[in-house]
Design a binder for this molecule. Structure first.
Ligand SMILES: Cc1cc2nc3c(=O)[nH]c(=O)nc-3n(C[C@H](O)[C@H](O)[C@H](O)COP(=O)(O)O)c2cc1C
Length: 185
C-alpha cells in the first residue's frame, strides 16, 4: 500500500546539505509519497504557551499525525542534536499521553562535511525519541561523511552512487518497518 512519509530536516540553512539528502529520497521511490514537515516557524518550547497552543504548533502536530512514518535528516552541532530539532521534538512530545510522535515509525539520517557522519547527534536524537516511545528503525544507520564531495551543489543533487544505493536500501527497510511497527504495540 502507498505510504506517506514525512521529512523533517534538522537544519534551517537555505543551502543545507541535509535538505539536499532528504530531497534525494523523494526521487528514489515513485510508489510512495513524501511530505516536508517544516520546523522553522515553531516558537521556542515553553509550557506557558500550552495554555493556548500556537497555530504553527497545531499544524506541525497535524502534519505528523497525517503521515505513516517520518524520516529525520539532520546535521550535528557541537557533537549533538541541533537546537531547532530538539525544540520541534519537544513540541511533538506534548501532551505526553497523546503525543503525536508516540509509536510513530521514524528513520534517522545525518550528513556532514566532517568525517564522523553525525554519529554523536544520532545517538542523542535516538535517546530523545526513545523517551517519547517512538519506533526508531533499529540496526540500520545512515552516517554520511564528507557530504560536500557527494553532491552536485549547483544542481542540489546527490551524485555519489554508493550513497544513493545505500539510501535506496534504507528507504526500502523503512517502508517495511512502517508495516511491522503495529505488531510492537
Ligand atoms: C554551531 C555548529 C556546530 C557544528 N558542529 C559540528 C559537529 O559537531 N560535527 C560535525 O560533523 N559538523 C559540525 N558542524 C558542521 C556542520 O556539519 C555543517 O555546518 C553542515 O553543513 C550543517 O548541515 P547543513 O549543511 O545541513 O546545514 C557544525 C556547524 C555549526 C554551525
Amino acid at each position: 500500500m502507498t505510504k506517506t512519509i514525512g521529512l523533517i530536516c534538522g537544519s534551517l540553512r537555505k543551502n543545507s546539505y541535509n535538505r539536499i539528502i532528504a530531497q534525494s529520497l523523494t526521487e528514489m521511490n515513485d510508489s510512495h509519497q513524501f511530505r516536508w514537515i517544516e520546523i522553522n516557524e515553531l516558537p521556542l518550547f515553553n509550557e506557558d504557551l500550552e495554555i493556548s497552543v500556537p497555530e504553527t504548533v497545531t499544524s506541525f502536530k497535524s502534519a505528523i499525525q497525517d503521515v505513516d512514518g517520518i524520516i529525520i535528516v539532520s546535521p550535528e552541532y557541537n557533537s549533538g542534536i541541533p537546537g531547532v530539532l530538539k525544540n520541534a521534538l519537544d513540541w511533538a512530545s506534548r501532551p505526553q499521553k497523546s503525543a503525536v510522535l508516540s509509536r510513530k515509525p521514524v528513520g534517522l539520517i545525518g550528513a556532514t562535511p566532517g568525517g564522523l557522519g553525525t554519529a554523536f547527534a544520532q545517538l542523542q536524537i535516538k535517546q530523545v525519541l526513545e523517551a517519547m516511545q517512538v519506533h526508531v528503525l533499529p540496526f540500520q544507520k545512515v552516517l554520511i561523511s564528507h557530504v560536500h564531495k557527494k553532491i552536485d551543489f549547483d544542481q542540489k543533487l546527490l551524485t555519489d552512487e554508493p550513497t544513493k544505493r545505500y539510501l535506496q536500501q534504507y528507504l526500502e527497510h523503512f517502508i517495511h518497518w512502517i508495516d511491522h511497527t503495529p505488531a510492537l504495540d
